[in-house]
Write a protein of this length. Sequence first.
Length: 202
Amino acid sequence: MRIKIILAFIATSFLFSGCTTVPQPKRTPEQISKLYQQRETAVAKIVNWKIDARAGFTTANDSGSVSMIWDQKDKAYHITLIAPLGQGRLDLYGEGPDVVLNTSEGKTLYGESAQNLIYRATGFIVPIESMERWIKGLPGIHPKIKIDYNNDGTIATMQQEDWNIEYLAYQTHNSALMPRKLRATNGDLKIKIVIKEWQTDE
C-alpha cells in the first residue's frame, strides 16, 4: 500500500511539474535594448537564407493564400508564390536594380522595382525591399519607425512606411530567435506569413 502511495505521489509531482512554467523576470528597458542590439547584430550577418512559408492576403473585397519560398543569396533573391490547386505561380528574381517576374501563363515582366512588378501582376502593394528584413525580425531601411519590444529583446510590433507589422510568434533556429508568424497591415491590406522552415548558411 505504501509503495502505491509513493508511486502515486511521484506521478502527481511529475504531472504538475510538467505543467508549470517559470515566468521570466521583467527586464528593464536598458536590458531589453541590449538584447535587441545583440540579436540585431547576429541576425544582420545572416545574408544567405531560405524560408518555406505560407502567405495569406486579405483586402476589403478579396482574400487568398499562397505557398511561398523565399531564397535569399546576399543581394540576390528568388521568391516563388504558388496558388493552391494549380491556379497559378509567380517567380520573382532580383539583384540590385534588375528585377524579373515570370508568371505561369508564360509572361515575363521586367522592371527596377519588385514592388511595382508584384503590383502589376497581383494588384497588391508589397514592399519587397523592406519585407526582406521584416521576415528576419528586423526593421526595414526606412528611417521613420516606431518599435515595441518583447521582454527577450525581439520586436513585438513596429510601424514603418505606413505599415504596421506584428510578430505573433518566434522560433529558435541555430540558437537565434527567428520569426515564425508575422502580420503586416496597410489600410485594408493584410499579409500574414507563417514560416514553416528556416534554412541559413550561418
